[in-house]
Design a protein around this ligand. Structure first.
Ligand code: ADP
Length: 701
């Protein structure tokens, strides 16, 4: 086209001297198509759109390359003239060097202002930017204008590089900005600045740009050329690259990309020394990682005695993220009852989210279930499209690619661990997966040990508790046994004593009666005789109590009207009540007759009324109430006495327990036994200084 070979653009009058468009732009557009199909290099962009610099490995070499190209450009630009004897060669050579110099200086100054230091890499590209602009213009414009055009080329380069970075087009050496964009600029610059005085000499044609009286026509044709070449070359290149991508494949594997193409293409490195260093560094780095992993494992096994399960799970996940380097990790444990996997803990995800996650192990297609059932690791590259991944998980975690490995103990599977990257575009490499498997295997053993230890500890604690309780029960039973054997010995003794005393006492009573009858009414000893008679009666009662206690008779049950029995009993003590100025208040509700031993019940009521009276030596009120509740009769005796201290309440019903000077301590124990024989209960409530309530509860049968 530009060479006047008779193409349609050439016929229209497009001038592209040494090929700003046909060589450079075209190269740029093909590169553009290439990087679109290829995609950015691994790790070039972060998730948030920020850029990771991947600097060239050798700037002096890059500079040498630029200088070599610069030299070549002289040949290329000047050699584009058809005649070697044409003196315009001199101007072309001068323009070539001036464009390169001004392009590089403008970039150097711009980056100096922008970054505070001149950017060497961009400045080198500035040389090329200037040279690309000179390709079309060097034969057609004055040296001065070439300086201007080259300088503008430098600025365009900076803008272009920025633009492609923003568009996430990974233009590794800046080829599209240098060749594509500056190719356009060089081509258009012809339409703006071409001067016939230079074109006459070089090309033998009279060409004037917009600023030199040539009008807009040339500029328009140049622009048409730019668009036409873009459309053609970009379209064809795009098709070609896509075809290659789909058929043989355009991009190398991730592994090759990370290792470097020197290895995959040639099985060697350009920098053996550097490689050796790198290998050593990797070795040390891996060792360090291993030490880090081991220290986490060590921490787990050390702390299993002191930490709870949650803290251990947390340690494992910390190992997966901090030591192995994943950005997120989740730990699932099997719930055997539900046959499901429950997410117990996660790092890099809000706690609230994980609580809801339960994955059924019945769904044999699901990835997490397969990890557990097949005890195999899985790497999922595109979770969003993978039907084997639980849709809930995809949504909750915004899953892209992740790895999941089984968490195993010595001979049982306990759950699974999954991990991924979310903040960066990092790829899950085989090395990472291997590290994860090794780590999780070790962690599984440690976790199992910790679990066993804790189960053992719990079992021990329970055992200790049970031993304690059993010892306590034994002690109580033993005490009870001692107590009851002591009581039965005491009972037998008192029964023997009572029996022995009773016979002579009966003779004394009979003889005393006949003796008393013989005493004349005016006898001075009458009072003494009364005292003797009372004392004999008291001894008789005590003996009776002893006998009641030692040889309880079986209750002879008959129909008893409890209210009436209370009234009858009160008659027995009416004299004493009067004497002591004690008032009895009754609240007797109508009751059904119950089956009971009348005499035994009378003894119960009598004991309780007498105790109430004795609690109020100065007199007071004894309240007696009856009621029926839930098929039980409740009879309450309350007094306003001094009350019963808490400390002796347990002993009240023990035989021979008394706090009274003249008491025997059998009243309540006999009372309780009678009530027990009637399948009833007796309860005591007491308020110190305010009084006591004894409640007798008897079944209505
Ligand atoms: P005794 O009346 O011979 O002492 P009891 O078995 O009837 O034997 O009573 C045992 C003890 O219970 C009494 O000594 C007394 O300390 C206490 N007690 C019983 N009833 C009352 C009561 N209504 N108020 C205060 N203490 C009482």
């Amino acid at each position: 086209m530009g060479y006047g070979a008779g193409g349609w653009l050439a016929k229209l009058g497009m001038v592209d001297f040494a090929g700003s468009t046909v060589v450079h732009s075209l190269g740029g557009w093909v590169s553009l198509a290439g990087i679109i199909v290829l995609g950015p290099r691994i790790d070039r962009y972060n998730k948030d759109g920020t850029l990771n610099p991947i600097p060239g490995h050798n700037i002096p070499l890059a500079a040498l390359g630029v200088f070599i190209m610069w030299l070549g450009w002289f040949g290329f630009n000047t050699g584009s003239l058809l005649s070697g004897t044409n003196l315009a060669i001199a101007i072309i050579a001068v323009n070539t060097i001036l464009s390169a110099v001004s392009g590089s200086i403008s970039v150097m100054v711009c980056t100096w202002i922008r970054e505070g230091k001149p950017n060497v890499k961009l400045t080198l590209n500035g040389v090329l930017a200037g040279l690309v602009t000179s390709t079309a213009t060097s034969a057609l414009v004055s040296p001065f204008l070439c300086i201007i055009i080259g300088a503008i080329g430098g600025i365009i380069l900076i803008i272009g590089e920025r633009l492609f970075e923003k568009l996430r087009l990974d233009d590794v050496v800046g080829a599209i900005s240098v060749h594509g964009i500056n190719g356009i600029w060089g081509t258009l610059a012809v339409g703006l600045f071409a001067q016939s005085q230079f074109s006459q000499n070089s090309l033998g044609l009279s060409i004037n740009g917009l600023f030199f009286g040539g009008g807009i026509k040339l500029l328009a044709i140049q622009a048409l050329g730019v668009v036409a070449v873009f459309g053609w070359s970009f379209g064809v290149a795009m098709g070609a690259f896509k075809f290659i991508d789909k058929t043989v494949g355009l991009r190398v594997t991730e592994e090759d990309e990370i290792k470097g193409l020197d290895y995959s293409e040639h099985l060697m490195s350009s920098y053996p020394l550097f490689d050796e260093f790198q290998q050593k560094q990797d070795l040390i780095f891996n060792e360090l990682k291993r030490v880090q992993e081991l220290s986490v494992l060590h921490e787990i096994s050390q702390s299993m005695h002191s930490l709870n399960l949650d803290e251990i799970l947390n340690l494992i996940l910390r190992g997966v993220t901090q030591s192995i380097g994943f950005e997120r990790a989740r730990l699932y444990l099997i719930n055997e009852k539900e046959n499901s996997l429950e997410c117990k803990m996660a790092v890099g995800i809000e706690e609230e989210k994980i609580k809801t996650i339960t994955l059924s192990l019945n769904d044999a297609q699901s990835i997490m279930a397969r990890v557990v059932l097949e005890k195999k690791d899985f790497v999922i590259n595109d979770a969003k499209k993978d039907p084997r991944v639980n849709p809930n998980l995809k949504k909750l975690f915004n899953l892209r690619s992740f790895v999941a490995v089984p968490l195993q103990g010595r001979d049982r599977i306990m759950g699974a661990v999954s991990a991924d990257y979310i903040y960066s575009d990092k790829v899950i490499t085989k090395e990472k997966v291997d590290s994860l498997i090794t780590f999780v295997n070790q962690a599984g053993l440690a976790l199992e040990n910790a679990k066993l230890y804790q189960e053992l500890k719990l079992f021990n604690e329970k055992l200790e508790e049970r031993v304690k309780k059993a010892t306590e029960d034994l002690r109580k039973t033993q005490e009870h046994l001692i107590q009851s054997s002591r009581l039965s010995a005491l009972g037998q003794l008192s029964a023997g004593v009572a029996h022995e005393i009773r016979n002579p006492l009966t003779s004394i009573r009979i003889l005393f009666h006949s003796f008393r009858e013989k005493i004349a009414p005016e006898d001075m000893r009458k009072d003494d005789i009364m005292v003797i008679e009372n004392e004999i009666e008291r001894i008789n009662q005590i003996i009776q109590q002893f006998l009641d206690f030692a040889r309880p008779s079986k209750p002879k049950k008959e129909k008893v009207d409890v209210n009436k029995l209370i009234e009858d009993t009160l008659l027995l003590v009416s004299y004493e009540l009067n004497e002591q100025e004690t008032e009895v208040k009754k609240d007797l509700l109508s009751l059904p007759a119950i089956m009971a031993d009348r005499e035994q019940l009378r003894q119960v009521f009598l004991n309780l009324i007498i105790n109430a009276m004795q609690a109020m030596p100065e007199g007071g009120i004894v309240k007696i109430s009856t009621m029926i509740n839930n098929n039980n009769i409740r009879i309450c005796f309350s007094d306003q006495g001094k009350g019963i201290p808490e400390s002796i309440r347990e002993k009240l019903f023990e035989p021979f327990f008394t706090t009274k000077e003249e008491g025997i301590g059998l009243g309540l124990s006999i009372t309780k036994r009678i009530i027990d024989d009637h399948q009833g209960r007796i309860k005591v409530e007491s308020n110190k200084g305010k009084g006591t309530i004894f409640s007798v509860i008897l079944p209505c049968r």
